[in-house]
Ligand binder design. Sequence first.
Ligand code: FAD
Ligand code: NAI
Length: 475
Amino acid sequence: MSKQFDVVVIGGGPGGYIAAIRAAQLGFQVACIDEWKNAAGGPAPGGTCTNVGCIPSKALLQSSEHFEHANHHFADHGITATDVKMDVAKMIARKDTVVKQNNDGILYLFKKNKVTFFHGRGSFAGKAEGGYTLNVAGKTEESITAKQVIIATGSNARALPGTPFDEVNVLSNDGALRVGAVPKKLALIGSGVIGLEMGSVWRRLGAEVTILEGLPTFLGAVDEQIAKEAKKAFDKQGLKIELGVKVGEIVNGKNGVTVNYTNAKGEAIVLDADKLIVSIGRVPNTIGLNAEAIGLQLDERGAIVVDGECKTNVPGVWAVGDVVHGPMLAHKAEEEGVAVAERMAGQHGHVNFNTIPWVIYTSPEIAWVGRTEQQLKADGVAYKAGTFPFLANGRARALGDTTGMVKFLADATTDEILGVHMVGPQVSELISEAVVAMEFRASAEDIARICHAHPSLSEATKEAALAVDKRTLNF
Ligand code: FAD
Ligand code: NAI
């Protein structure tokens, strides 16, 4: 007989596991099905984010940044570090430990919240009385029924047509996070978030990195002034980024990969590399879900069609995270997961898409929330801008990292904050203040009048808010 639940969540990534926990907190009998396997074949919940995304990439960014500091910045502090070596295998093993800690943490949270976990692939078998029947194909086959289902099956890396990932030479994010030795020459296609983060890791470790970007503008979604400042810093580091290229034939050979492309000037270039990372976006994943069994509607990109409340076209079936429209971010998936669980319980779950922060964890870091200056211009909104450089911030000087700035955009009439954009040290943390401010519909003056600790990088946020009214104190 099949096991019965109020709610079954398919997918244990940040969208799914958080939805399961919240639903359990609200009194539902909940199961979560996830198929991700660790190296030993055991369960590894956490999805892309935990296994081959957010967490492992940040672990490698941290290790490679330490290496960069030891090689290039310790001397400024009077520290001599000679013969600094990187043991790549150890770095990867540390990353794997960090991933496992997160996998285990989620399994513990399931237990704590009485969420039943199934390790295997979940698929729809069809409608059942008062709900749906699902099959779980793992070590054993199980049949379960649920009154309501949340689909959180995530996304997969997009491959270039004709160039499949072999994860040896042609790498997706998965292979890019477990390269065994520093490649001498590394090519990347796509200078988006993964291209910049992974390019930074391997450049810091000594690879000669070339990133090929199809668009003529660098980080088109980022505020232009911030993107320009970031590009300047990446150029200085030796991260080679070629914009406006057209990628042609790619040959995956015995000794590496050859990428033929046309550069922005129209010249034909042949680029030889030991490894190629393809980071040209991700596609929603519904593979193996048997969505047809319940008549689930997908759009032309393969994403599950949902309304503003994450309801699909099938009653009682919801979808969240990368598998639906919107930014492919872990915290967006989580917010949707919580909102859906609360809606199921008759509450007013809410996700504010205007205040979802973005962070790119390069050095300098890039972070933003709200609209960019180019978007405000396009929308015909009258605004005031204020910027403050980290060069004039005492803490940044003490840290030895004065790259970048904080920028505020506020409504010209009401002074309401419309966007905050940052490039510089630790802005991944600083951006939270801007998110809170925008959630509470604060004015730039509100931030300017709040006491910020001295010396701290957050003083640059206060000063940028003051700059909106042209009254910075330290610049
Ligand atoms: P996923 O995390 O993809 O989880 C889906 C889960 O469902 C997987 O475990 C999968 O195995 C499982 N599954 C799929 N189908 C089935 C099925 N039929 N049965 C059972 N299980 C199934 N976002 C950030 O916010 N910050 C970052 O720093 C960041 N860094 C990233 C770095 C990289 C290299 C990559 C690739 C992504 C990064 N992201 C980051 C994006 C983030 O990982 C995704 O937005 C997030 O994981 C989406 O969560 P999700 O729950 O929708 O899907
Ligand atoms: P992306 O959308 O960030 O960047 C893809 C880039 O590839 C774009 O600049 C695009 O113009 C370019 N491109 C596309 N096709 C191309 C082609 N044929 N030739 C040359 N260039 C081409 O996608 P990416 O980097 O793969 O990351 C996927 C998603 O994962 C991100 O959009 C983000 O949602 C998430 N992510 C988030 C991170 C974070 O929050 N720090 C880190 C890494 C990923």
